[in-house]
Design a protein around this ligand. Structure first.
Ligand code: DLL
Length: 433
């Protein structure tokens, strides 16, 4: 099975542009008529729905931010009548209120289609057993992939996160070929397998669909090696729909956005000026068909670049590069902008350390300090003082040449860094601003 919906996934660019234009015009009218915030934003800049004649006019429209959703908590940005909303999800940020999103029956169907496309893109078929270890609940990971698997006609196994021993048992007994969870949980699952003496060959896993948090290429290699499966990057956010907004194909040269449903732009995160293909900046989405909570030019805070070169898989969905991090997760250490994923890339190149680390930032005498606790790989002994010393030094040098900053490297014993079953928390920032 190459595609779930070839007609839409491989649509010619000219047909797609026509479709996106028509859908944008309808969406703008819908939000102007039904959402006070949008009517006010547009009136303020003297923009009428009729000024939007196609997708090329998108730049005229105002942006939407997470703050808009918070200000309208819980249902103030919904464009559909409350009676037509059949589900809500929500995500929490680092601060403030939850961001609540509502779905009509159409929205749930469209989202299931996105996740079915994503599953097939990663190799799943009608015959697959899909083990879903993303959390079920207000978080969109579990239910999103669940509906996608059912839509595909595969078997959805709704395990949710937690109780890893039972997960292993079920994966083995049900002969799951597809595993869906966060990359950090995938690593944890691999460790637990080892602990229980289960070899990857005892399982039937072939494909992993991992996302919901940034992860490096090196982390992918590590997971593929440990679980003996092919790992795919899936991207999404609850404000836009949930998982399935974009997914890699088998060529793994970026993730194809389902851009018949979600129109992407990259803007400079400071000036908000649109940037061209290949330029790194903030990813912005406009939903093209959503009914419950359509969003116009929503600023995701995720940092990436768009790639419009043709892909060998035949899909025409424009691609995003691996997410470097969120602009609000970006650490500014002594004035240098650093994403934790840059540090991860350096660390995972070392064979003697495990893919578990934690970054702690402090301020001592008005100077930022960074400490990185890193686990030694299993079987690497602490007693060889010289070896540990030279490893510590080497990592510190490599970090310095990658990001230009000095870090205190602390090697800790295997198993001492807290494991995550959902999104991993990799940074503690004790600095007072
Ligand atoms: O994390 C939806 C999701 C679930 C995606 C399962 C993939 C798999 P939120 O909780 O709203 O939704 O968080 C969205 O997570 O803006 C990114 O910062 C980050 N994120 C999601 N996928 C990736 C990825 C879900 N593949 C936020 N790589 C987004 C990097 C990701 N970051």
């Amino acid at each position: 099975m190459e595609y779930y919906n070839k007609e839409m996934e491989c649509m010619s660019l000219s047909d797609k542009k026509e479709l996106q234009s028509k859908r944008l015009i309808d969406t703008v009218q819908k939000v102007y008529d039904n959402v006070k915030t949008y009517r006010e934003k547009m009136d303020k800049i003297g923009l009428k729905p009729s000024d939007i004649k196609g997708i090329d006019d998108i730049h005229k429209l105002p942006f939407t931010t997470k703050q808009d959703l918070r200000d309208n908590y819980p249902f103030g940005m919904f464009a559909a009548d409350k009676r037509d909303i059949i589900r809500v999800h929500a995500s929490s940020g680092t601060t403030g209120k939850l961001t609540v999103v509502g779905y009509t029956q159409y929205d749930i169907d469209m989202w299931a289609e996105c996740c079915a496309r994503a599953l097939v893109s990663a190799g799943a078929t009608h015959d697959s057993v899909v083990h879903i270890a993303y959390g079920y609940g207000l978080f969109t990971g579990g239910l999103g992939m669940h509906y996608g698997a059912e839509r595909l006609g595969a078997i959805a196994v709704p395990v949710s996160s937690g109780n890893t021993a039972r997960q292993l048992q079920l994966m083995k007994d049900f002969e799951a070929d597809v595993l869906c969870c966060t990359p950090s949980y995938a690593i944890y699952i691999a460790e637990e397998m080892k602990k229980y003496g289960i070899k990857p060959e005892d399982m039937s896993l072939k494909y992993g669909i991992f996302g919901a948090e940034p992860w490096s290429k090196e982390m992918r290699d590590e997971i593929e090696d440990k679980l003996k499966l092919k790992a795919f990057d899936i991207y999404g956010l609850s404000e836009i729909t949930g998982p399935g907004v974009a997914i890699e194909c088998k060529y793994q040269c970026g993730s194809h956005i389902q851009d018949d449903f979600f129109y992407p732009e990259i803007v400079d995160e400071h000036t908000l000026e649109p940037l061209g293909y290949g330029k790194r900046g903030e990813l912005v989405f406009t939903t093209l068909t959503k009914e419950g909570i359509p969003l116009i030019r929503y600023r995701t805070r995720d940092i990436t670049a768009l790639n419009n070169s043709p892909c060998k898989c035949g899909r025409t969905g424009i691609r995003i590069d691996r997410i470097a991090g969120r602009s609000d997760d970006m650490l500014i250490i002594r004035g240098v902008n650093v994403f934790p994923s840059q540090i991860e890339s350096v660390l995972l190149k070392e064979k003697e350390i495990a893919p578990h680390y934690h970054i702690t930032l402090d301020r001592v005498n008005n100077l930022d300090t960074m400490r990185i606790d890193i686990e030694l790989a299993e079987g690497v002994a602490f007693d060889e003082v010289k070896k540990v010393e030279s490893l510590t030094k080497r990592i510190a040098n490599e970090i310095n040449s990658a990001i230009g900053l000095n870090a205190e490297i602390r090697l800790v014993s295997s198993g001492s860094i807290e494991r995550s079953m959902g999104k991993a928390k990799r940074v503690t920032d004790n600095r007072k601003f």
